[in-house]
Structures are given as C-alpha cells and as structure tokens.
Design a protein around this ligand. Sequence first.
Ligand SMILES: [Zn+2]
Length: 504
Amino acid sequence: MSSSSEVSGGDRVEQHLAALDAAVDGLLGAGLTGLSDDAVVEALQRVEVSLRKAAAVGNRLVVEAVERSIPGNLACRSTTEFLIQTLRISGGDAAARVKRARKTGVWHTMSGESMEPTLPDTAAALTAGAIGTDHVRAIAQVMRKIPHGTDADKIEVAEHILADAARSTTPEDVTRIGLHLLAHLAADGNAPDDRDRRRMRGLRIGKQGADLMTPISGLLDPEVRALLEPVLARLARPGMNNSDDPESPTGDVESPDLDRDALAKAAARDTRTAVQRNHDALKTGLRHLLSSGVLGSHRGLPVTAIITLSVQQIEEEQGIVTTASGGIVPIADALRMAEKAHPVLAVFDHRGRPLHLGRARRLASADQRLALIAASGGCTRPGCDAPASMTAVHHVTEWRDGGRTDIGNLDLACDHCHALVRDGPGGWATGTAPDGTSHAGRTQWTAPKHIAPRREPRINHRHHLGELIAEILDHARTRREAELRHNRSRERGGQSDVGDEDVP
Ligand SMILES: [Zn+2]
C-alpha cells in the first residue's frame, strides 16, 4: 500500500467517525414526539441494523489490531486483555468480541491475501446488519458441536442454514434449530451413537421417601420419547386432568363430548407448572392403559406415535424421521417400531408428497389431518416449531373468502399462529406457493410490515430440515460441477459453457 493512499484512507476513517458521532448526537437530541407509530418502529429497526453493522466494524478493527500485533506491542498478554484495557469492557464481553472476530472477521495470509471468514454466511449477515451478535454467538455454539469427521460439505450447509434462519428468527430459535440440525448430522449413519444410546438408556424408580414421594431419573431413548410425547400432548393441556381441581375435565382433550366451556374455565384456574401437568397426564395415561385391558392382550402396548417416512429413507435405512409430536427417531428405530407394533405410518415419495393421496378425492377429516401431519410436520408459520400434535387444521384461503375444505387448501397451524392471521395492521396472511417457485404447493406466510417491510412470503423449514439440507447440498454440487466445467474450458482456451448461475 502506498503512503499516499494510507493517508487518504486514514482521512476517510476520520471523516466517517466524525459523521457517525454527529449522527448519533443528532439522534440523541432529535424530538421523537412528532413521529408516527410506524416511524418509531422503523427508527428502532434502523438503529438496530446500524448497531449490528457497527459490530462488524468492531470485528475489522480487532483483526487489524491483532494482525499488526498491537496487543503485544502494548505489553498485553492477550487480545482479550488489550480490549479490556482499551475499552473498559468486562472480561466476558472482551472474550466474546475476540471469538466473534475469529469466526466472522476477514483475516489475511502472511502475503496479505484476504481469507474467507470461518463462518462466511454468518459474517455476511452480520455485515449486512441482518443479524446481531447474539445470533453470531448462537450459530458459533452450534457449529462447535458438529461431530468431528463430518463432511466439509455438510458443515458448510449447516452454517448456511443457521445463518439464513438467523435472518428471520431470534437467537434462541437459532439454538433450537441447531439442536435439530446436529441430530440430523449425527444420525447420518454412525452406529456407535446407537450403541451409546443402548448403553445409556434407563429409568430409575427410586425408593419411596418419608413424604411418600418417589424420585425418578434416567435417560429415555428416542423411541420411548416418541411414545410419551403424544400422551402428554393430549392429557397434559392446561385445565385437563388437574388433580388439584376436582372440576377439571378428565380424559382426552380431543374427545367430542368434552365440555369446551368447562375446559376453558378450568384452564384459566390451572396454576400447575408444566412439570406438574406432565405428571398428572402420566397418571391419567397409566390409568387408561390399565383400564383398557390391552396389557392383558398378546399384542403388547398400543403405539400411538405417527411416523412419516420417505421411500428413500426406507431404501437407504439411513437418517432420522420425525414423529407427529416433534420427536426425532433414528430410521432403524422407526422401522423396528413399525414392525413390532402398529403406529400410524405415512409413506412419501422422493419429493415428499404423500403417496396415497389424490387431490380430487374427498377425504375423511382424520385422513386429511394425517396427510397434513406427514406433509407439513408441524405449524407452517415460518419460525414456529410447534409440532404437529400442537396444531389444528386450518384453511389456507379462509372459508369466508371462498376457501374450500380440500387437502390443497388445508394446512397445519398452532393456535397461537392461527390467531395471527387477520386483516389490518399487524396481521399475517397465508397463501399457497405458486407453481414454478422452489416450494410450489406449500403454505407460505406473509408477515406484517413491522416484521417484514418488503412483505415477501416465506415458508417454514423447521419441520423439513433434512429436505433443506439435501436441497442445498444438491445446489452446491451443481455449482461445483459448473465451476469445474468452466475452469476446464478456460484451460482449453475455449469459451465457457456456463453463465452466471444463480445458486445459493
Ligand atoms: Zn405456530
């Protein structure tokens, strides 16, 4: 770098810093009372975007300081210590900034060439102000837990998915998605995990204490969890089976002769914690089990889990499946469950469409629900991870707007999300992704303006992570092959046979 450009670069930074300072001072002094409500919301969002970009600027400065060895020159033992001393920030904050710069900063080789950040999509989203530092931390935490030996391709895809999700969700949601993502990566064909699970499984029923309570502890394997979840989903709803409340309805929340009014009142009175509700539900479930007489039969316990499988998964016997209640079951376990008992099994073709369904056919509502559970996996609103067991069937085009009760116009939404669909400010809208788009036929949601200013419709990938991973891997492969062809034809001195491909 020549000395003259260095001087002008320094001048530019000085100008920008002065302008930044002046702008922030201006905002501090500006009156807010004249703003409309919309303008206040927009101002909050724009300031947030600027703060996020500023964090990316912080990254650049940390990288610059380290590459020049400034901390060492100032006799600091570490970059963290350097930041603590120069910025008077806490040790935790300083360490987080160093970590962030390491993962999302642009570092240079000894010869001065820029290297791609360790988390490239995350870095790009932070620089664009689309995600914040908490998002970055959540993504980095998930990425750190990816098992050793995972394909580089898959690691790249995982980061892409997390960074993309972070652009529309909270950091907590990123962590939740990460949990599912890690399960997908870990389930790709490694037997030792299954052996570990077999060894670790257990349910310890402890000694009855002086208070007559019995402690339990242990670890449930994925199969037991998949069986337990639907029981809890139905019996542990607020207001149901409350042993503190003699007037609370007992039994099954889906039962047609349940008094809905009494349930609503009982739910309002219900002060139990979720843990206590689970406990009461287990009690009710065991009672049902004993009174049903099935234990006396030779067929074993009834299995009520709904398991969906694709043809490909059955062929390859690899990967994981999701139950209707959101549990994750390795494919081998799922197939074993299907052999031994009789769960509701839904099988899908290679494109994830139900094999047994025709749109024209008039279906019984239970069949429709099953098909939707299998196809959508859970609530369809982007960002919602409510499993299918917490959802109801809703019209995509509302009944009053001429929407019909056929499978093409029905999908799953949890009660909370369904209540968001309404006209007027703050309301969400639903529709069907048109033919020719990448997820044609799926239900897409359009967020209100304060959440998505451009109002672009989105679909929920939460319940289709496997599909998303496969899709992105496929794109990456296509892109690499195209690059290879491009390079070869360039080496031959000929014209490239590919144009700029629009692949993520
Ligand atoms: Zn929802």
